[in-house]
Design a protein around this ligand. Structure first.
Ligand code: IMP
Ligand code: MG
Length: 179
């Protein structure tokens, strides 16, 4: 599989995102909500990069997904594992691996607002060209990529390849081999 973003590309992207988030935070309490499972290891590296800015940081997780194989199903399922927060105390940043149609992030933003979150922003490692179906754009985006199905660094194809240390384009023979 062709490497699209190397480990050192990812390190630079994460440092840049951490600097941008820290610059905007203004000392307020940050709650990073990672979307499982794809947010790992991106969220881990982002937190480590943020630690040098000494921000008041809280971490939590929510499961959310819409993909079956290499296609968006168009329906987003959201878990209920998030702890109860006094939402007005926090600047919430939802962290996801990739923005494709945008349905997952827009549904999760709406879900957190219904719970009472006031300040909600979004951060994605990657944004895919050409398939956006919603109005809103992520506030922080690590890199724009073409319309490829990618795996690695947390991103899966049918639960495979999340462990790869870099981002690779899933080749045709891989989908065919796994079907
Ligand atoms: P959206 O709701 O269409 O924006 O899709 C976002 C979700 O779909 C992400 O959180 C991923 O789990 C999954 N996804 C979209 N594109 C890819 C890809 O190229 N590789 C792996 N997962 C993807
Ligand atoms: Mg995901």
């Amino acid at each position: 599989m062709k490497v699209l973003l190397s480990e050192s590309d990812l390190k630079n992207i994460v440092s840049r995102l951490a600097a941008a988030i820290a610059a905007d935070c203004g000392g307020r309490r940050l709650l990073l909500v990672g979307l499982l499972k794809g947010c790992q290891p991106f969220l881990g590296d982002l937190c480590r990069a943020l630690s040098s800015y000494n921000l008041p940081l809280t971490l939590d997780y929510l499961s959310a997904g819409s993909y079956v194989g290499t296609q968006s199903s168009g329906r987003v399922t959201i878990g209920d594992q998030l702890s109860a927060y006094n939402w007005p105390d926090y600047e919430v940043i939802i962290v996801d691996d990739i923005f494709d149609t945008g349905l997952t992030l827009s549904e999760v933003v709406a879900h957190l607002r219904r719970q009472g979150a006031v300040a909600v922003r979004t951060c994605v490692l990657l944004r895919k060209a050409g398939s956006t179906r919603v109005e809103f754009k992520p506030d922080y985006c690590g890199a724009d990529i073409g319309n490829h199905f990618v795996v690695g660094y947390g991103l899966d194809f049918n639960e495979r390849y999340r462990e790869l240390p870099d981002i690779r384009v899933l080749s045709e023979e891989h989908y065919q081999g796994s079907k």
